[in-house]
Design a protein around this ligand. Structure first.
Ligand SMILES: [Zn+2]
Length: 327
C-alpha cells in the first residue's frame, strides 16, 4: 500500500496510441498509483478521442483513490506534430485527424486541471532517459520499433525536438529509390522495418506463391494484423519468409541507426516499441551487430539497450510533462 497522497502532488499521464489509450496516475516519485486502458475510437474525430482520453485518466485517478481535478496536471503523449500550446496536427494514424486540434485546451476544460501535450515517442524517450534504461547516459537515441519506427532524442541531458518534427528516424533513407514507405516516399528505414510495411511485404510475396505460416498463425490467434507476438511465434517456428523479412528489417535498422549515430554520436540507443520490447536484448544485440559496419567511429560503438519501462513507459513519460517534473 502507498501512503495517502497529498492533493496536487499526483500527476496524470496518458499515452495516445493508434489502437489503445493507456493512462496512469503517479505520485511525486513517479510510482504508479492507478492505471487504466481503453481502446482508441476508430470512428469520429479528435473530440471523440479527447473524450476517451478524459475517461481513461478519470478511471486511472479513481483507481488511485483521487479526483482527476485534484491532480497537479495531466500530460499526454500524442502522435503527430505538437506545438508548444498543445495543439496537435498530422496525427495520421488517428481517425479523422486531418487538421489541427487544440488537444491541451479541450482536455484541460474537460478535466479541470492543466494539460500539457508532447510527441508520444519523445515523451517515451524522456521516460527511459529519466527513469529507465537511459538513466546512466547524458545523450541517447530512442528507437521505437513497432507499427512504424519512431525516434526520440536526448542530447546532453535535454530533449531535442527541433522545430517540433525531429526524431523521425523511421524516414531516414536506407536505399535511394527503394521500397515505397507509408509516408509516400521511397527507401525509408520504416519501409523495411515497420510492422505495417513488413506485413505488406509478406502479403505481396504470398501473392507471388511464397509459403509462410504467418497468416495461419494470425488466424489461429484471432488477429486481423500481424502483431509482434505473431512475428515472434513465426520466428520460433523457423518460418523462412518471416525470418527473411526480419533479417531485412534488422539490416535496415542497422543502416538507419548507424547513419544517425555517425551524425549524433550519442552514448546509447534505447530500443522500444512493440517489436523491440517483445524481441528483447537478443535482437538489440543483433541490431548492434547490424549497426557496426556503418559506424565511422567503429572502435567505440554505443550501447544498444532495451527500453526498461515496458507498456506503461509512454504514459509515465507523458506524466513527466507536468509541473516541476516537466522542467
Ligand atoms: Zn517514410
Amino acid at each position: 500500500m502507498h501512503a495517502p497522497v497529498a492533493p496536487h502532488t499526483a500527476r496524470g499521464g496518458i499515452d495516445l496510441g493508434g489502437t489503445k489509450i493507456e493512462a496512469v496516475v503517479v505520485d511525486a516519485r513517479n510510482n504508479v498509483l492507478g492505471s487504466a486502458r481503453k481502446p482508441t475510437p476508430n470512428i469520429g474525430g479528435p473530440p471523440d478521442v479527447a473524450a476517451q482520453l478524459a475517461a481513461a485518466v478519470t478511471e486511472a485517478a479513481r483507481a488511485a483513490g483521487l479526483e482527476v481535478a485534484s491532480l497537479e496536471g495531466v500530460g499526454v503523449g500524442s502522435p503527430g506534430v505538437v506545438d508548444p500550446e498543445g495543439r496537435v496536427s498530422g496525427a495520421r494514424n488517428l481517425s479523422g485527424w486531418e487538421g489541427t486540434f487544440d488537444l491541451a485546451g479541450v482536455l484541460a476544460k474537460k478535466l479541470g486541471t492543466p494539460v500539457r501535450v508532447g510527441n508520444d515517442v519523445q515523451v517515451a524517450t524522456d521516460a527511459e532517459f529519466k527513469l529507465g534504461a537511459g538513466k546512466p547516459y547524458r545523450s541517447v537515441l530512442g528507437v521505437f520499433w513497432g507499427t512504424g519506427v519512431g525516434g526520440g532524442l536526448i542530447l546532453d541531458g535535454r530533449p531535442w525536438i527541433g522545430r517540433g518534427g525531429a526524431g523521425e528516424i523511421g524516414h531516414v533513407v536506407v536505399e535511394i529509390g527503394g521500397a515505397k514507405c507509408g509516408c509516400g516516399r521511397r527507401g525509408c528505414m520504416e519501409a523495411y522495418a515497420g510492422r505495417d510495411s513488413m506485413e505488406a511485404r509478406a502479403r505481396r510475396r504470398v501473392e507471388k506463391g511464397r509459403r509462410t505460416e504467418l497468416f495461419t498463425l494470425m488466424k489461429e490467434h484471432k488477429r486481423t494484423r500481424l502483431t509482434s507476438a505473431i512475428w515472434a511465434h513465426a520466428l520460433e517456428r523457423r518460418d523462412k519468409l518471416a525470418t527473411e523479412l526480419i533479417d531485412d528489417a534488422i539490416k535496415a535498422l542497422g543502416a538507419g541507426i548507424g547513419s544517425a549515430l555517425n551524425l549524433l554520436d550519442v552514448e546509447a540507443v534505447i530500443l522500444g516499441g512493440g517489436l523491440g520490447v517483445r524481441f528483447g536484448q537478443p535482437f538489440a544485440d543483433r541490431i548492434a551487430t547490424a549497426i557496426q559496419p556503418h559506424l565511422f567511429n567503429d572502435q567505440n560503438p554505443p550501447d544498444v539497450e532495451v527500453a526498461a519501462l515496458g507498456d506503461l513507459g509512454g504514459a509515465i513519460g507523458a506524466s513527466l510533462l507536468v509541473g516541476r517534473a516537466g522542467r
